[in-house]
Design a protein around this ligand. Sequence first.
Ligand code: CTP
Ligand SMILES: C[C@](O)(CO)[C@H](O)COP(=O)(O)O
Length: 231
Amino acid sequence: MHTEVIVVAAGSGSRMGSDIKKQYLPLAGAPILIRTLQALAECSSVDRMVLVVSEDDREYVHTLCQEHQMMKIGAIVAGGRERQDSVRRGLAALDEKTELVAVHDAARPLVTMEEVEAVLAAARTKGAATLGVPVKDTIKRVAEGLVQETLPRSELFAVHTPQAFHRRVLEDAHQRSLEVGGLGTDDASLVEWAGVPVTMVEGRYTNLKITTPDDLVIAEALWKLKGERVR
Ligand SMILES: Nc1ccn([C@@H]2O[C@H](COP(=O)(O)OP(=O)(O)OP(=O)(O)O)[C@@H](O)[C@H]2O)c(=O)n1
Ligand SMILES: C[C@](O)(CO)[C@H](O)COP(=O)(O)O
């Protein structure tokens, strides 16, 4: 199946609180976005990538990709207000022969080739799959400062990207969400709302989303251990 990854990098990185958007901050000497693209480009199943960035950053990112000799970049398109809007714009730029689509956060540069290939393989056969890890903490639902309930930890996963889908499944889920005004924090939720089962593929704890300054410190440390089996 011809396979593309939509890499969403059009966020403002507000929780990082940095003057430079977090996707352009360095990780082991190269921008986080480049580290993410390098990880994806290594995967033999990935044929093409669509990069979604802020309109103002398109030229800069184009130059950055050339400087770092990034392969497989098929298009660089402008993102939208919410992550979901950015994914939808990425969907519009897919190659017409693409049948399998993954969506990955630019802010997850530590994803491994094994994780990407595993989620693509699951989506290829099942139609929809996401990476995730079992939660380590006890999770409680809280309202107005009061604990309402303790959720059964054995059933809980923290969800990562990439998430991968048959193209039609993802396109239909996005169209449906657009029509009803549904907003999800990931693509799998839109697919779930459309009634399509999503397979959970267990990934590694190291595939963290760089969100706040402490994540950057952790990511630098994990980068140094890359290649070793760290979970
Ligand atoms: N309108 C948006 C919002 C987010 N993203 C991307 O979605 C991924 C996950 O989002 P997050 O880590 O929350 O990034 P930001 O929205 O940039 O961060 P913040 O919420 O702190 O502003 C990131 O790679 C981000 O660039 C995007 O492409 N378009
Ligand atoms: C898609 C995601 O990375 C899965 O964990 C996450 O939901 C993105 O959320 P954010 O609010 O954009 O950080």
